[in-house]
Structure formats: structure tokens, C-alpha cells
Design a protein around this ligand. Structure first.
Ligand SMILES: C[S@@+](CC[C@H](N)C(=O)[O-])C[C@H]1O[C@@H](n2cnc3c(N)ncnc32)[C@H](O)[C@@H]1O
Length: 177
């Protein structure tokens, strides 16, 4: 019994360790974990102007701040996917602290490259130039009637519908497919 408990704690610690390693590798190799700054989250949510029942996804959802802010104002169906289990745990904790047990946000560990983008009305990205470049052709092939918003990084080869300059002087690119 006691051995089982010790073994469980040991495996849990290994899982947390692997999560931290994966998060660090993701950050260093692919995209820096720089969340959307708190001072512009409300502004971005307002610009995205989601309507009730819209399906909204944050690709690489980090600590979940954008979706959590959005569902406070409008009853969307929100999905946040991140490759890092630690980030997903963190976003679930934040979701609980902000919204309690009942919330319309799903957070899950999924690579953003494995998603079907055409399931969503609004896509939010705070990623990097390399990832946006990989997403560009996928969006063109799959999307129709979807709004895509990208913080700082434009989508290669696609003319923005609008370039919003935020109060922190950074750009939010809006695309219509
Ligand atoms: C710059 S942070 C943005 C977090 C959040 N969207 C925000 O705006 O505050 C980018 C996030 O993307 C995640 N990420 C990087 N590559 C990914 C991939 N291939 N699939 C899913 N998430 C990924 C990182 O773990 C990180 O949490």
C-alpha cells in the first residue's frame, strides 16, 4: 500500500519533470512563451468581437488568458490547445480560479498542426513568424468564412483585412477567409 503510494508520487514527479522539459524545449526551439500582455487582452477580445455560440480557438493557448477573458463577456464555445502539458494544467487552474467548475472552455494538449481549422469561426494566434508561415497554406486550403487574428506576426502571402495597432503599439493582424 505504502509502496504503491510512493511509486505513484514518483511517477507523478517524473511526469511533471517531463512536462517541464517539453515546455522548455518548445519555448527554445519553436516559440517563446510570451503570453499576450495583460494590458491588451481586453482590447484584443473586443476587436475579435465574438458572438454567442461562435466557436473560438486559441492556437497555443498558454495560460488561457485570452479565452478566459473572452468567455467572461460572451457565451462562445472556446477551445485552447497547447503542446505543453504544463501550460494546459496551468490554463485549467486559471480557468477554475476565474470561472469555477462550470465553464465553456476546453483546454487540451494537442499540437496546433493537428487541428482541423475549418471547425472554428474565430482563430487567435500569438505564435511566431515560422509557425505562421507553416499555417499560411493550411489556412488557405481549409478555411472559409473564418476570421483569423494574429498578434504581432502577419500571415505570409495573405493580405490582412485590417491591421489593428494596439495600445502597446503592437499589431494585431485580422484576416478574413
Ligand atoms: C507565445 S505563447 C501564447 C500563449 C497564449 N496564446 C497567449 O496569447 O497568451 C505560445 C504558446 O504556444 C505553444 N505552442 C508552441 N508550439 C506549439 C504547437 N506546435 N502546438 C500547440 N501549442 C504550441 C507554447 O507552448 C506556448 O504556450
Amino acid at each position: 500500500m505504502q509502496n504503491g503510494l510512493i511509486l505513484s508520487i514518483f511517477f507523478l514527479l517524473i511526469l511533471v519533470f517531463l512536462g517541464i522539459v517539453l515546455t522548455s524545449m518548445t519555448s527554445v526551439l519553436f516559440v517563446a512563451v510570451i503570453f499576450t500582455p495583460k494590458e491588451v487582452v481586453k482590447e484584443i477580445v473586443k476587436i475579435m468581437n465574438a458572438k454567442a455560440d461562435d466557436k473560438v480557438v486559441d492556437l497555443g493557448s498558454g495560460d488561457g488568458r485570452v479565452l478566459i477573458e473572452m468567455v467572461k463577456g460572451v457565451k462562445v464555445k472556446a477551445f485552447g490547445y497547447d503542446i505543453s502539458p504544463i501550460m494546459v494544467l496551468y490554463s485549467k487552474l486559471n480557468r477554475f480560479l476565474a470561472l469555477g467548475f462550470k465553464s465553456p472552455i476546453t483546454f487540451d494538449v494537442v499540437s496546433l498542426f493537428d487541428l482541423k481549422y475549418n471547425e472554428y469561426d474565430i482563430i487567435y494566434c500569438n505564435l511566431n513568424a515560422k509557425i505562421m508561415s507553416r499555417l499560411s497554406s493550411k489556412f488557405t486550403k481549409q478555411l472559409s468564412g473564418t476570421k483569423v487574428f494574429s498578434y504581432i506576426y502577419p500571415i505570409e502571402g495573405k493580405k490582412p483585412y485590417k491591421k489593428h495597432i494596439l495600445s502597446n503599439k503592437q499589431a494585431l493582424f485580422e484576416y478574413r477567409y
